[in-house]
Design a protein around this ligand. Structure first.
Ligand code: XMP
Length: 500
């Protein structure tokens, strides 16, 4: 031990200390930027750009296809969780990819046969997430169309009846060269919601739907691939090469290697192999140090940061390990920026201010779980407790998530054995989060706050914001000053609830 006061107490203690969101604030700067004009476009991985720098977490109480569709329509990206088998994953990816298609391609059109029963067909349509299907013969000629269950009771049709009796056989069809406008007019004139597209022999070549056309028009800033389909992210395990391939073939745009500690060298070897096997971008995470970033930055299309900052995480208390998130982002971003690799800050974001601080620390985008878990688009139903509405939200390393097949990211080998229930050492909790309504309004608040932060710093675009912004350290008194104080809040704000 030297006598220099700048020296660490011991070589074991790292200086400078690690900081998180509440420890810092953006330093206001000269500006001509109006928040409304701020452009939040960013890159989330080597080949995928977004207009909104926000991702929804790969958790079974946050992102399935409904959330992923809503996120992509709003310009962000949903990352499908991996607590499902590979077939279910492929179906979920396909749901996202086909959600807003102008013309659904033949191979993606769900069709049924005339002799199938109405009951089986309803099941097929429900599984595929469609509300109507063309009825075709063995030669793929269109015989009719079957849709909605609502009028069947009036026609005296039951579940056991054949489709041929329940279908509409006067089918309005369109040709493959029909424009969006013509298709809209056709459907409007005939008061129909979908029209099969057929060739000159009446063989099915695709399907056009009213919903598809209107939805595409409604979402100008949506995250779309080169074919116009919505972007889809999906989590895969570090050793799941086959699953990664299946996700890639199903059209996923970004694969997220889903691991609580991606600086595990076996994980890195496998992630490297996956990267070499697929066409989709591969984001590697989670990391939290510059050393980890150095070890993956040569092959990763993006790096995801977060060791234990999440609202439902207990990794830090259970394992004694972690990196406060602002420092973790800054360390990883220093390395990633030199290689021009995007960084995603994952976990711990409670307010829009945290999200824009994460970008100031060097992230290109942010990933959130708890912020979105209470929305309509998150899986799970609304529950009422003491007169207030909530939705379930749980860590993927919680006992509940691990029991239902998720949480492999936190499982140790011996926990895959027979007595798994007792052997779990969870790194997350199961919780409830206030019900919040639509994702669109939550995102609006989140991105609105981020844009206002850009205005305070005087940067109209995110790359400029990243270089221009400065973070100042705040004392705990400064932190208290930043929250409402010395008042009793009488009305809930849509973007603020006190930290209990
Ligand atoms: P927020 O704070 O947005 O965090 O709710 C979401 C992120 O938390 C991570 N995650 C976990 N971390 N134990 C952990 O230590 C868990 O059980 C767990 N489940 C999710 C994950 O990175 C997610 O995006």
């Amino acid at each position: 031990m030297g006598s220099d006061p700048q020296e660490p107490f011991s070589s074991k203690l790292r200086v400078p200390e690690a900081l998180t969101f509440d420890d810092v604030l953006l330093r206001p700067a000269e500006s001509r930027v109006e928040p409304d004009e701020a452009d939040t476009s960013t890159r989330v991985s080597a080949n995928v750009s977004l207009t909104v720098p926000v991702l929804s977490a790969a958790m079974d109480t946050v992102t399935e296809s409904e959330m992923a569709i809503a996120m992509a329509r709003q310009g962000g990206l949903g990352v499908l969780h991996r607590s499902m088998d590979a077939e279910a994953m492929v179906r979920e990816i396909e749901r996202v990819k086909r959600a807003d298609e102008l013309f659904i391609r033949r191979e993606d059109v769900v069709t049924v046969g005339p002799e199938q029963t109405v009951g089986t067909v309803d099941e097929t349509m429900e599984r595929a997430g469609v509300s109507g299907a063309p009825v075709v013969d063995e030669d793929d000629r269109v015989l009719g169309i079957i849709s909605g269950t609502d009028i069947r009771p009036y026609l005296g049709i039951g579940e056991g009846d054949p489709v041929r009796e329940a279908m509409t056989d006067e089918v309005i069809t369109a040709r493959g060269d029909v424009s969006a406008r013509e298709a809209l007019e056709l459907m409007y004139d005939h008061k129909i919601e979908r029209a099969p597209i057929v060739d000159e022999d009446d063989r099915l070549t695709g399907l056009v739907t009213m919903q598809g056309i209107l939805q595409r028009r409604a979402y100008d800033d949506a995250a779309r691939d080169a074919d116009g389909s919505l972007r889809a992210g999906v989590a895969v395990g570090p050793f799941e090469t086959d699953r990664a391939r299946a996700a890639d073939e199903a059209g996923a745009d970004v694969l997220f290697i889903d691991c609580a500690h991606a600086h595990n060298l076996n994980v890195i070897d496998s992630a490297r192999e996956i990267r070499a096997t697929v066409d989709a971008d591969v984001v590697v995470g989670n990391v939290g140090t510059r050393e980890a970033a150095e070890d993956v930055v040569d092959f990763a299309d993006g790096l995801k940061v977060g060791i234990g900052p999440g609202s439902i995480c207990t990794t830090r208390v259970v394992t004694g390990t972690g990196m406060p998130q602002i420092t973790a982002i800054a360390e990883v971003a220093d390395v990633a920026a030199r290689h021009d690799v995007p960084v995603i800050a994952d976990g711990g974001i409670r307010y829009s201010g945290d999200a824009i601080k994460a970008i100031a620390a060097g992230a290109d985008a942010v990933m959130l779980g708890s912020y979105f878990a209470g929305t309509d688009e998150a899986p799970g139903r609304v529950i009422t407790m003491n007169g207030k509405r909530y939705k379930q939200y749980r860590g993927m390393g919680s006992v509940g998530a691990m029991r239902s097949g998720g949480g492999e990211r936190y499982l140790r080998d011996e926990e895959n054995g027979e007595n798994e229930g007792e052997a779990f050492v969870p790194e997350g909790v199961e919780a409830a989060t206030p019900y919040k309504g639509s994702l669109e309004s939550e995102l609006h608040q989140l991105v609105g706050g981020m844009k206002a932060g850009m205005g305070y710093v005087g940067a109209g675009e995110l790359p400029e914001f990243k270089t221009r912004s400065e973070l100042v350290r705040v004392s705990s008194a400064g932190q208290q000053e930043g929250h409402p104080h010395d008042v009793v809040i009488t009305d809930e704000a849509p973007n603020y609830s006190p930290n209990e």
